[in-house]
Design a protein around this ligand. Structure first.
Ligand code: 5GP
Length: 215
């Protein structure tokens, strides 16, 4: 029996430096069927980043236009730049039974949580994972060793991390990223387990064979 089901919107979030992008990248390599939600951002592309693949790089005016058009599921000012998840990256895909991976910040998760209260599709599909570094010292070490941020940006990210850490209870799952391979395995196990959840099953048809066999 292979019942039809809605896809999972798997939201990976947590402080900058916890390893979200690395874990998400490896997970996508391991599970090619897992689609990635490409966010919009007003920040400058980093070396090697591709427009439309890593982010949709847009300017502030275009970002504002999309906010006013209601195109975002959530959006936030993160470390001084705007970031937002397009509804078009999520809705059609989960309705078609596809799993979608999101890498967003804590403010975004809180907004998705709030919207889920009035949006049953979002409520059924979204699963929030808090990815944490094993300690604050390790978070700082990782942020510095990345070498992508200036000192001012590192300080801002560390400051934000303190308030973000306080929100771990707003999430469904917690994964501590001591080791990337293990964190990716934990995510894969979680996805497998979530496939067995009844909350995204479309019940029409699912119980028919069962009902017949009971007659
Ligand atoms: P970075 O600039 O390092 O790629 O990302 C900075 C932060 O923005 C990360 O914490 C990342 O998860 C978050 N982020 C990326 N896309 C989105 C988005 O669409 N919405 C929100 N709220 N945060 C995002």
């Amino acid at each position: 029996m292979n019942p039809s089901r809605l896809g999972i919107a798997l939201i990976v979030s947590g402080p900058s430096g916890a390893g979200k992008s690395t874990v998400c990248k490896r997970l996508r390599q391991r599970r090619p069927g897992l689609e990635f939600s490409v966010s919009c951002t007003t920040r400058e592309p980093r070396k090697g980043e591709i427009d439309g693949k890593d982010y949709h790089f847009i300017d502030r005016a275009e970002f504002q236009r999309r906010v006013e058009n209601g195109e975002f599921l959530e959006h936030a000012d993160v470390h001084g730049n705007f970031y937002g998840t397009l509804k078009s990256e999520i809705i059609g895909r989960v309705e078609a039974g596809k799993d979608v991976l999101l890498d967003i910040d804590v403010q975004g998760v809180l907004q998705v949580r709030e919207s889920s209260k009035n949006n049953s599709l979002l409520g059924k599909c979204s699963e929030c994972v808090f990815l944490a570094a094993p300690s604050f010292e390790e978070l700082e070490r990782r942020l510095r060793s990345r070498g992508t941020e200036k000192e001012e940006s590192i300080r801002k990210r560390l400051d934000n991390a303190k308030s973000e850490l306080a929100h771990w209870r707003d999430y469904d799952y917690l994964i501590i990223n001591k080791d990337v391979e293990q964190a990716v395995k934990d995510m894969e196990n979680l996805i497998e387990m979530l496939h067995n959840s009844t909350k995204r099953l479309e019940d029409a048809g699912f119980f028919q064979p069962l009902k017949k066999s009971l007659k």
